[in-house]
Design a protein around this ligand. Structure first.
Ligand code: GDP
Ligand code: MN
Length: 383
């Protein structure tokens, strides 16, 4: 789950990472109130979960309430790379002497934590990594040992941060590491980490991705609004406990198991179609789950056909078939459904479904044929 900058800064605050005083605003008037509280000059910052807000006009300095009104008015509703700005973060503006980059992520292949630190901050780090990789000081950390103040201090030396900033930067890095580990982040990134003209080091931006596998030990994450999405289909699916990701194509997909769901997407693409979603109904899919899945896919006006691809294992295909039949009595489906049912009890399952088959409910015996049929019914160029 990605956090907004303001949420990331609130998260940082819990771990003692210094940030500028500020507050959120959803309207121009709220922005003025927050600016008055933060103290002028302020920065008006678009809250969207996408980088490069500065370049897109989503970050503006304001020296008085009139400028706050002007910028807040312009930024609210602004479309930044497909994300419409609904909320602002207003904070007291900093006088920047230097902009650094700092982050912690997981280095999965090496089973270590990876810290990245650079004096080339405030710019796109992927670009720095591509054009000037030696400008990034990488530090591998053994999760069992953690990051000591001494190691952090050596790392700061290696990265070549300004002398006067080094002690404080090392302290901030150790705190950022604690935030990363104890806060169960997949990513904790500060870009830029600034050195101010009055000699302080603090986080001017915050990019935090929480590891949702750890949600069980963070009841406080509930307040962050969940893996918030603007996609109505995803909200609906989440409310029904489905593992659903909305996509832009026209073939709705229901499969059991994440692996099969992904393969189904691939095969649909391979035969010239495009999937409207990823949906894994998991093991033991019963009638209720199938009904919920069909309901969510049915709510997507872009869907032209639905491909149900089930491979029975622990899940018995006759149970799934009963689920489909029952679901069809609850939900009126706009699009034709193509079934491919294989595996445990597939013969029994197909027998159950046989009397229900029509030009709205078709059966194919292989995944490839099923995909071809679904793609053709969606009116996409099949192969
Ligand atoms: P991003 O573009 O989405 O990564 O947004 P950031 O929060 O990183 O801000 C982008 C840039 O805006 C920073 O690198 C700074 O150059 C500038 N900026 C942001 N806050 C301030 C501030 O308080 N004072 C000054 N002078 N510049 C700021
Ligand atoms: Mn940034």
């Amino acid at each position: 789950m990605d956090l907004y900058e303001y949420q990331g800064k609130q998260y940082f605050h819990r771990f003692g990472i210094p940030t500028s005083p500020g507050g959120v605003a959803d309207t121009v008037e709220e922005a003025v109130v927050q600016a008055d509280q933060a103290g002028y000059p302020v920065v008006v910052k678009a809250q969207v979960k996408v980088g490069g807000r500065g370049k897109a006009g989503g970050i503006k300095l304001a020296k008085d309430p009139a400028e706050v009104r002007q910028h807040a008015g312009a930024i609210l509703g602004l479309d930044i790379k497909g994300h419409v700005v609904k909320r602002l973060w207003i904070e007291h503006a900093s006088d920047i002497a230097r902009e650094y980059y700092a982050s912690f992520t997981l280095d999965r292949p090496n089973k270590l934590h990876l810290g990245m630190l650079s004096t080339a901050g405030g710019v796109d780090i992927e670009e720095v990594a591509a054009t000037n990789p030696e400008a990034i000081a990488r530090l591998h950390i053994d999760p069992v040992e953690g990051l000591s103040q001494e190691t952090a201090r050596r790392w700061v030396d290696e990265a070549g941060l300004d002398e006067e900033a080094r002690d404080e930067a090392a302290t901030v890095l150790v705190r950022l590491y604690h935030c990363f580990v104890e806060g169960d982040c997949d990513l904790a990134e500060i870009n830029p980490l600034i050195f101010t003209t009055d000699g302080r080091v603090h986080a001017l931006d915050a990019k935090v991705t929480l590891d949702e596998n750890a949600a069980y030990r963070h009841p406080e994450w509930e307040a962050l609004g969940g893996s918030d999405t603007d996609d109505e289909r995803e909200k609906m699916a989440k409310a029904r406990g489905l593992n659903y990701i909305g996509l832009s194509g026209s073939v709705g997909i229901i499969a059991n198991g994440a692996g099969l769901a992904m393969s189904t997407l691939d095969v649909v693409t391979q035969v010239g179609g495009s999937a409207a979603n990823f949906l894994d109904i998991g093991g033991g899919a019963n009638a209720a789950v199938m009904a919920a899945a069909l309901e969510v896919i049915n709510s997507d006006p872009a869907v032209r056909s639905i491909f149900v691809n089930i491979f029975g294992g622990i899940t018995r295909v006759d149970e799934v078939a009963k689920g489909i039949i029952e679901a069809l009595t609850h939900v009126e489906i706009r699009s034709p459904i193509v079934l491919r049912l294989d595996g445990t009890n597939s013969v029994e399952g197909r027998e159950l479904l046989a009397p229900h088959l029509s030009d709205r409910l078709l059966a194919e015996s292989t995944m490839l044929d099923g995909a071809r049929r679904a793609v053709a019914l969606a009116g996409q160029a099949g192969q």
